[in-house]
Ligand binder design. Structure first.
Ligand SMILES: Cc1cc2nc3c(=O)[nH]c(=O)nc-3n(C[C@H](O)[C@H](O)[C@H](O)COP(=O)(O)OP(=O)(O)OC[C@H]3O[C@@H](n4cnc5c(N)ncnc54)[C@H](O)[C@@H]3O)c2cc1C
Length: 389
């Protein structure tokens, strides 16, 4: 029987553990934290926050895999009245519909954007500068980057299409992502996976193949390999609970600058106590900007879309997520140029900044599948989902 070690019990580590155990391997997972889930954890307590605004996109390969195994659990659905409360800030004012020029970039018939050119240059040729900027800022919901227009046009176009698709791809596991993580952990447990929490690994084991399913930063330290880097975003996070008031927005997407606020209790009442609403937002920060700058921009959006919110606040928390929001690809690069999964000597990387396709956590998922199939010696066989990508 194959034995395999997985370091990290987040979405990538649990995907790897389940996949390897299903293939008959004897799996041990080591997780440094006292709970599993990594960045897909949901906070305990009265306010069930994910780490920043999180949505599970149903167009990704992880969706079918999770669904097949009944690991998604109940989903929160958005009542139509709430869905109609999506707002866009454009030229300083709130509106319900995107500028016409931005729609040009969302047409199914829109041309495939090139890898080698930045999004703003390419999109300006297609739709004019105003539409291009609005589209780039809208795509920031899945990019977490302060200057989406400067990234590879092909990379941004894929995220723009996925984030703007109708019906929406964004889905919300009821009670937060922890429900999916708990189900994945239960599946792993039932397959006989050994899961050791509070177990930080400082030295790579040499007696089994190893899937290093940590952040790329942690993998760089663990493997002692300074070349394991790839750009990511830096974004200010704001979590806010306010007393309920009719007429609050559901989503505010900033088209004047990158930024996104979402009232998660619009679709899932279980996330905050009765009579309160939970809002989570992210405002990408330029290198010279501070958390306070991002929070000030979030407050401007709140002022526009949540009347009297300051007097209604019952709980508030702020943070900065730096390098924690997945890979971004600069012009001239694609996911194939990121640090490779196979590191040699039986060591494989999985995570959201390594060489695998997909949006955000889908990269963790796809790389985990590849890592396991390589670790189990199925070199000739690419995972089905990767073949399609
Ligand atoms: C603000 C924010 C918003 C996001 N929004 C979305 C979204 O809407 N949709 C989406 O799909 N994705 C989203 N993501 C991305 C998603 O959360 C991540 O891609 C995914 O959770 C990464 O999973 P992972 O297992 O690769 O890494 P992690 O979750 O970082 O897991 C790595 C684990 O390894 C452990 N570890 C590290 N070092 C060691 C060690 N030496 N020994 C043992 N254990 C170790 C850590 O404790 C951690 O539990 C968002 C992320 C952030 C931060």
């Amino acid at each position: 029987m194959h034995r395999i070690t997985v370091i990290g019990g987040g979405f990538a580590g649990l995907t790897a553990a389940v996949t390897a155990a299903e293939a008959g391997a004897k799996v041990t997972v080591y997780e440094a934290h006292h709970t599993l889930g990594g960045r897909a954890r949901t906070a305990e307590g009265p306010y069930r926050t994910n780490e920043g605004p999180h949505a599970l996109y149903n167009g990704g390969p992880h969706w079918a895999w999770l669904k097949q195994r009944d690991l998604i659990g109940p989903l929160a659905t958005i009542p139509p009245l709430e869905a109609a409360r999506l707002r866009l800030r454009h030229r300083g004012a709130l509106r319900r519909t995107p500028p016409f020029a931005m729609l040009k970039l969302l047409r199914r018939s829109a041309r495939q954007a090139p890898v080698d050119v930045d999004f703003l240059t390419w999109a300006t040729e297609q739709a004019g500068e105003e539409g291009a900027r609005a589209a780039a800022h809208y795509a920031a919901v899945a990019l977490f980057h302060h200057d989406p227009g400067a990234l590879s046009a092909a990379f941004v176009q894929e995220r723009l299409r996925r984030a703007a698709k109708l019906p929406p791809e964004a889905h919300y596991p009821r009670g937060g992502w922890a429900n999916v993580i708990d189900r994945m952990a239960a599946r792993a447990w039932n397959l006989g996976v050994r899961m050791e929490t509070l177990s930080r690994v400082d030295t790579l084991p040499t007696d089994t193949p190893v899937v290093v399913a940590t952040s790329l930063d942690a993998a760089r330290r663990l493997l002692g390999n300074a070349s394991l880097t790839w750009p990511s975003g830096r974004t200010a996070l704001i979590d806010l609970a306010v007393r309920t008031r009719r007429g609050d927005a559901f989503v505010v997407s900033d088209l004047d600058a990158p930024g996104w606020l979402e009232r998660f209790t619009a679709q899932d009442r279980t996330l905050a106590p009765a009579g309160e609403q939970l809002i989570q937002g992210q405002i990408p920060l330029a290198p010279h900007e501070s958390r306070a700058d991002g929070i000030a921009r979030a407050e401007q959006l709140l002022d526009l879309a949540f009347t009297g919110w300051r007097e209604r606040v019952t709980w508030r928390r702020e943070a900065v997520a730096s390098g924690r929001t997945g890979a971004v690809d600069l012009p001239g690069t694609t996911w194939r140029d990121r640090p490779g999964v196979d590191r040699g000597d039986g060591v494989y990387l999985a995570g959201d900044q390594v060489a695998a396709p997909g949006v955000l956590s889908e990269v963790s998922f796809n790389s985990a599948l590849t890592a396991v199939s390589l670790a189990l010696g199925q070199r000739g066989r690419q995972p089905l989902d990767l073949k399609r990508a």
